[in-house]
Design a protein around this ligand. Structure first.
Ligand SMILES: C[S@@+](CC[C@H](N)C(=O)[O-])C[C@H]1O[C@@H](n2cnc3c(N)ncnc32)[C@H](O)[C@@H]1O
Length: 358
């Protein structure tokens, strides 16, 4: 049978158009189709008023960005400056981060932010260390009139996103290249073990925030507490913060953000005013009697268990020098503890926000 070249569908699915019938660039242009390269050029044309035009200022998306480093069977971001992340960037970890996004929003009572934002005024938004980009996407849906840019050192964000969202590769520990007074809202969630200097981070945020604009950060503490002695001193839960906090010290990127109140101190030192905060209790596991709090703890447990190896790998094996087998045994033990309804461990987390004076 002669091949069908009319592009009709059959029961077996759409018929392929032979290559010889594909339109040349000139033919596509003639019928009004922009060349495919147009969509890449969009990112490189510099327009100083456009927050999405800063590719040239940050890293360009070259092939090398996708040459990930392999550490103990997992992949991590490629070399970008001296950036260093303790979290893998492979599918398994992306899945866990997506569940974590849900866990964080459940903890925040199904909110994406707490700062008193005016929906009619917010135009430009920055999400630092955006990860999977789900916060940026959800925020852009909620604020259709705002342009949201999410930055990270690893390109794991989806490409099908609302028109008012863009992602860029950028190391937030380097000098920020955004012009002064750019953003109405700067957001950073769970950048524990990420920021080298929380005071410098807030200075850069203050400079690039518009007068009257807001910053908000969310960070969890690594220390498991309990009110009834069920988290024992030698338990895996008690060890968790010891290992992560020491790892952070070796790494030069602290996990003790909550412990040292770095969110509010950083904001105040930079000049933000009207600083407020809200603390949360996260009972990682299944034991809490109140439904909402228990739900939050369950989602955190699911997120961590979705890739416990990925959460432990770098800190335990690379920074602390444990063997993979030792790390796995530790992981098995902590899972047992937070799945035990008689162990009532919880961690704390904090949302903090502040305003740049007019
Ligand atoms: C715990 S994840 C949080 C992701 C996201 N903010 C969220 O709440 O879902 C930390 C993110 O920080 C990114 N990161 C690590 N070092 C960074 C740096 N120097 N600059 C920007 N992002 C960085 C990691 O790649 C990772 O995506």
């Amino acid at each position: 049978m002669a091949p069908n070249t009319k592009g009709s569908s059959s029961a077996a699915g759409p018929t392929k158009v032979p290559i010889s019938m594909l339109l040349s660039n000139e033919e596509q242009t003639a019928i009004g189709i922009l060349p495919a390269s147009h969509w890449q050029q969009q990112f490189t044309q510099e327009d100083p008023s456009d927050i999405f035009s800063s590719r040239a200022r940050t890293a360009s998306l070259t092939e090398s960005i996708f040459q990930y480093r392999h550490i103990h069977g997992r992949t991590y971001h490629s070399d970008i400056g001296n950036a260093e992340s303790w979290e893998p960037n492979d599918e398994r970890h992306i899945d866990a981060m997506e569940i974590a996004h849900h866990a964080y929003t459940v903890t925040m009572e199904h909110r994406l932010y707490r700062a008193p934002l005016d929906k009619n005024k917010v135009q430009k938004v920055l999400d630092v260390g955006t990860g999977t980009g789900l916060w940026a996407i959800d925020f852009a849906d909620e604020f259709p009139g705002a342009d949201v840019v999410g930055t990270d050192i690893t390109p794991i964000q989806p490409s099908w996103v609302p028109a008012n969202v863009k992602f860029e590769l950028d190391d937030c520990n380097q000098e920020w290249t955004w012009p002064d007074n750019t953003f109405d809202f700067i957001h950073a969630r769970m950048l524990i073990g990420v920021i080298e200097d929380w005071y410098e981070f807030h200075r850069q945020a203050f400079r690039t925030c518009k007068p009257g604009g807001y910053i908000e950060t969310f960070a969890a503490c690594s220390t498991f507490e309990c009110d009834d002695g069920t988290v024992k001193e030698d338990s895996a839960m008690s060890q968790w913060s010891k290992v992560f906090n020491e790892g952070g010290r070796r790494f030069g990127r602290s996990f003790e953000v909550y412990d040292h109140d770095l969110q509010r101190k950083g904001m105040a030192a930079a000049g933000f005013v009207d600083i407020e905060y809200k603390d949360y209790i996260i009972p990682i596991g299944v034991w809490h009697p109140e439904k909402e709090t228990a739900e939050s703890g369950l989602w955190w447990k699911l997120a961590i268990e979705a890739d416990l190896e990925g959460y432990l790998n770098y800190t335990f094996i690379v920074l602390l020098g444990w063997t993979p087998e030792e790390t796995k045994s530790y992981g098995d033990q902590i899972k047992k503890e937070w799945n035990n309804p008689n162990i009532h461990g919880y961690v704390r987390a904090r949302s903090a926000w502040g305003r740049k004076p007019e």
